[in-house]
Write a protein that binds this ligand. Sequence first.
Ligand code: DGP
Length: 111
Amino acid sequence: MDNCLFCKIIAGEIPSTKVYEDDKVYAFRDIHPQAPVHVLIVPRKHMDNILECDADTATALTDAIRAIAAQEGVAESGFRVISNCGRDGAQSVNHLHVHLLGGTQLAEKMA
Ligand code: DGP
């Protein structure tokens, strides 16, 4: 999609630090990490947010979460996944993405 930041990252037009990729998903390090491990997991197909997520994409995202958690060494220690949606969800990039955060003890409450 034109003028979508994450579509440009997926296309390699904007540099990113790749963590994982497969035919449906691309994952890279967040530019403003909120934890020692902070990965953004993004479907290659543009969709604005989780409300537009189809079953195939949901499965691909879950498979990627599992693979990245193992690869980043947080599968045992634990981690958090978040997908911000819309204005009140404080979504700033309108291309569906899941944050995977870990590598430290995260706060019990999120806000
Ligand atoms: P959200 O607020 O849920 O829409 O999260 C968007 C995230 O995207 C935010 O944590 C910062 C990250 N981000 C924004 N621009 C870039 C970028 O150009 N590169 C990378 N790696 N991350 C970005």
